[in-house]
Design a protein. Structure first.
Length: 153
């Protein structure tokens, strides 16, 4: 399984909205500039995310795309499934039914790949957009307006 640029860009865009604008409406041009994502491609990504209920949009000067749920409720698995489809390493439709002896090897390996797919999916579902924001802070990334000034007289 390989995550496409579409999936990677979507995660970066959602992180950007959550981290830099606390989930509130953010214009595509601002996200594109900060995250170095082509704006036209970002618009296409947001259409898919909007269809899946991960983001909403608002028109006008104070408009843009916003998170439909809190960052702690948006799992990376949700994002990947919205853009890429099921997270799978093999043929999800193959069932472990009894097959002729000549097919036993295939049956066994498909079961293994199905189990691995479940584990990979669980890994994606274990990380939220809020987790990524926390990691950004741990790495020293500063939120706008997060600076505090101490005045001493």
């Amino acid at each position: 399984m390989k995550l496409s640029n579409k999936g990677r860009y979507a995660v970066r865009a959602l992180f950007d909205i959550a981290f830099y604008n606390e989930g509130r409406p953010t214009q595509v041009k601002d996200i594109a500039e900060r995250q170095h994502i082509p704006p036209r491609f970002l618009e296409q990504i947001f259409q898919d995310l909007k269809r899946s209920g991960i983001v909403g949009s608002k028109r006008g000067p104070q408009g843009g795309y916003s998170l439909s749920r809190r960052p702690v409720e948006i799992r990376l698995g949700d994002v990947v499934r919205a853009l890429e489809g099921p997270i799978s390493l093999g043929d999800r439709d193959s069932s472990p039914k009894r097959s002729p002896p000549s097919e036993d090897g295939r049956r066994v390996t498909e079961i293994v790949f199905r189990d691995l797919s479940t584990r990979v999916e669980a890994c994606f579902d274990a990380i939220t957009i809020a987790d990524i924001c926390t990691r950004a802070e741990d790495q020293g990334l500063k939120r706008p307006g997060a600076q505090r000034y101490v005045y001493v007289i």
